[in-house]
Design a protein around this ligand. Structure first.
Ligand code: FE2
Length: 302
């Protein structure tokens, strides 16, 4: 029996958006770098490593364009076989670049390419809280620069079925789930608690949010304040998720989806047995935090 191959990283997400200047302003305010890329559109990068974490394509309305995953070179053929056996269809590369492109059974495009493993090597808590002491609180001018893309969450009509496809196709594993509400997936090569998650919602397959790691709880809060100061006042947080344990704040983007600042997410070391929990519905969205705004789970691509 062939063992199942698995991706090791979420590299980036792509969105179609109706206004690239609006996208540039939003992601710059959020703390990321923005540059044009060949063929039109924007490449969104982290300041620290210059890694591309998102692409913005000009389109008639906001829509998920693609997801891109990194894998070990020797696993690519096996991953392609798994994707097709799970029900994906292979498509030509839209950008002529390396790797292989597929469409999942709900019409989402995804890319698998040989790349370095971008996933963290352990839980990144070393700087989480600046402990109490003389003058421990930061000033409002604290620079907030997300250091990596952590995960994306997508809306789907059946979270369990979509999760099952990505487990079979990409070798992902179930972290936690609330039946009929949400499924969280990690990969087996040393992973955040979730790198992709599916929340159940009527309407078309859609992008809900992308989440970026910042080093401290202070950075989550100051990032939220700064976005509000630039006019991006809608969102949800600060709070703490039960599934994944991370502190969070979500900022609503100009098209009704979200970006999230997070820190201190649970980490699942490589090849470690992990018992997925059946999370009670009341804990499925958060452990604590403000009341959920009524627009938070609306399908902004319907
Ligand atoms: Fe999230």
């Amino acid at each position: 029996m062939t063992t199942q191959a698995a991706i090791h990283s979420l590299r980036r997400f792509g969105l179609s958006v109706p206004d690239l200047a609006q996208a540039e302003r939003f992601y710059r305010c959020f703390g990321l770098d923005v540059a044009p890329f060949e063929g039109g559109g924007l490449s969104i990068r982290t300041a620290a490593h210059g890694r591309e974490v998102a692409r913005m394509h000009l389109g008639p309305r906001k829509q998920l364009h693609h997801l891109s995953f990194g894998a070990f070179d020797g696993d690519l053929d096996q991953l392609a076989t798994q994707a097709i056996e799970a029900g994906a269809r292979e498509i030509p590369a839209y950008d002529g670049g390396p790797g292989r492109w597929f469409v999942d059974p709900d019409g989402r495009a995804f890319h698998i390419v040989a790349d370095e493993n971008r996933s963290p090597k352990g839980r990144t808590t070393e700087e989480l809280i600046v402990h109490a002491g003389p003058n421990a609180a930061p000033g409002r001018d604290l620079e907030v620069r997300p250091r990596r893309l952590g995960h994306v969450m997508l809306l789907t009509t059946d979270a369990g079925r979509t999760a099952s496809f990505y487990m079979r196709a990409l070798g992902m594993r179930l972290s936690d789930a609330t039946e009929g509400i949400v499924s969280f997936l990690h990969h087996p090569h040393g992973s955040d608690h979730h790198v992709i998650a599916f929340v159940q919602s009527p309407g078309p397959a859609a992008f809900h949010h992308a989440s970026f790691e910042v080093p401290t709880v202070d950075a989550v809060g100051i990032g939220a304040n700064r976005m509000a100061g630039h006019g991006y006042k809608e969102g949800w947080g600060v709070g703490r998720h039960y599934a994944g344990s991370n502190f969070f704040h979500y900022v609503r983007d100009p098209w009704g989806s979200f970006v999230e600042y997070f820190c201190d997410m649970d980490y699942i070391p490589a090849n470690t047995p992990w018992e997925p929990r059946k999370v009670a519905p009341e804990n499925s969205l958060s452990s604590w935090g403000p009341e959920l705004p009524d627009y938070f789970l609306v399908n902004s691509e319907a």
